[in-house]
Design a protein around this ligand. Sequence first.
Ligand code: ZN
Length: 300
Amino acid sequence: MEYFKKYREKTKCWWCGSDDLSGEHKMKKTELEMLYGKVYQNENLINHIKYKTEQFGKNIQSSNSNRIKFEKNLCKRCNGAKSQKFDNAYQKLIEYYYQNRNEIKTARILDLEIVFGEHWLIEYLNVERYIGKHVGCRLAEMGLLPTQNLISFLDQSTDNHDLKVSFQIKPYFIGEISEPIDSIFLGPANPINNSLINPINNSLIKEKKLVTSLSGWYTFANFTWNYLLESSIMKGRKINKILKLDLVDYSKLENISFSINENTIMNDWSKILDRLEYFPYENGDKDLEHYRYVKNIKLN
Ligand SMILES: [Zn+2]
């Protein structure tokens, strides 16, 4: 059993330990701009985000707002030059998805060689590193540090033993099934102590001090990346250039109506998004269901 270590020196970068901290984007700036542009009116749908974290928060004004950045816990070099390649690879994947989303939804696969060309393996590892950086920032916000293996993976080792990433299409809709909703959803990041899962009734004792695993997700325009950081869960894995995508079936929602009130539109919208995003994990303890989903899914 390996527990995440405490992030005690909050003035130091969680990745390399140096000073001069900056705030990484929780939601990628280019993704915000793809869906919503650069500057946001109060009633712009992007503003549902504030209801995730604070009831009476200020609206998000632009794609550069501090509200969509992590607390400063990564140094400028790690957030800049050292991870530029990760950002570029991730950006390429997202753009490819966004331009070909209908075909991808039908095929339920992504051919990494078509997305990235002959260097697909290097680029794909950089996508995982991009997600690893996000996971590290989320852990740091909780006062925890990622595993040593994740750090060495970010430092260009090709051995990723601890971070599992799985992709999913979540084609939820309001109204017509053929008209999916575009949104950016910063999912939960759940700290779990996997030794406290009761195998008989599958319940979880929540314990914040000793954490073995972090599971969560992020969705951009119906495309979700799920992650689970846990010591050695990926050891011995093989990477296939055909990436399987899990498609969530939302047909059960066809007869369910959601109400949006003009006066509480952002709050209502936020609740609806929550319901849609959590839909695959509705039966049981949602956090635990998601953890088990990522842990058990076969990647190829
Ligand atoms: Zn650093």
